[in-house]
Design a protein around this ligand. Structure first.
Ligand code: VGL
Ligand code: ZN
Length: 213
């Protein structure tokens, strides 16, 4: 299955700001890097994403008077979590982790670049109208199944997995190749929604069939 031209590994937001010590640190976020490196060797088709916000992005608490990080606010398109400034275009925090070894990745998709709209999903922005073009790209390449990995399980991975399902792809989330933020039960909610949508949950061992670190 891994060299299968109908499969694509989608590695989401493996960026310094989501690593321990980063601006929006995901606990143990760095642990996904070696797992993704191992998985990537088994996939012919790999796409990477980068959260890629302009300074003053609408998802930043600092862009709104009186807002604190991890609070909620209402934007034109609906509820929005307020995040610390993170993944600002061109900064070190927005860079892909240097230990990521995926030289054969075909595309790096940047998302969240519209100043007023967030985009957890690699497929569809938070206004739920603006498409990134990824579904069309994958279809043109004959991809039927998307394996999602990266950060964070309960935000960008989950939203991407759900949108991939909606776009008609088979979807697998490789759980040990992801780590979560887990804000107010968001991880349990994400797995519930993904399971209900028909997203399959696997481990890298299920896929690679080896006990290796
Ligand atoms: C993410 C929050 C804000 C993610 C991105 O990659 O999961 N989470 N921006
Ligand atoms: Zn973001």
């Amino acid at each position: 299955m891994n060299g299968n031209a109908q499969d694509c590994l989608l590695a989401i937001d493996v960026q310094y700001d989501f690593m321990p010590g980063g601006a929006l640190a995901v606990p143990h976020g760095d642990e996904v890097v070696p797992v993704i490196n191992r998985l990537a060797r088994a996939f012919d088709h790999v796409v990477l994403t980068q959260d890629w916000h302009p300074p003053g992005h609408a998802s930043f608490a600092s862009s709104h008077a009186g807002m604190q990080p991890f609070g909620m606010t209402r934007l034109a398109y609906g509820d929005q979590v307020m995040w610390p400034d993170h993944c600002v275009q061109g900064t070190h925090g927005a860079a892909l982790h240097a230990d990521l070894r995926v030289p054969h990745a075909r595309m790096v998709l940047r998302k969240g670049h519209h100043a007023g709209v967030d985009s957890y999903s690699a497929f569809m922005e938070a206004d739920r109208t603006t498409r990134t073009g990824l579904a069309g790209y994958l279809r043109e390449h004959g991809v039927h199944r998307v394996f999602c990995v990266g950060l964070a399980t309960d935000f960008c991975v989950a939203w991407s997995a759900l949108d991939a399902r909606e776009a008609g792809f088979e979807v697998v989330v490789i759980e040990d190749a992801c780590r979560a933020i887990d804000l107010d039960g968001s991880l349990a909610d994400a797995w519930r929604d993904m399971t209900a949508a028909g997203v399959r949950r696997m481990t890298s061992m299920d896929l690679l069939g080896e006990h290796r670190r």
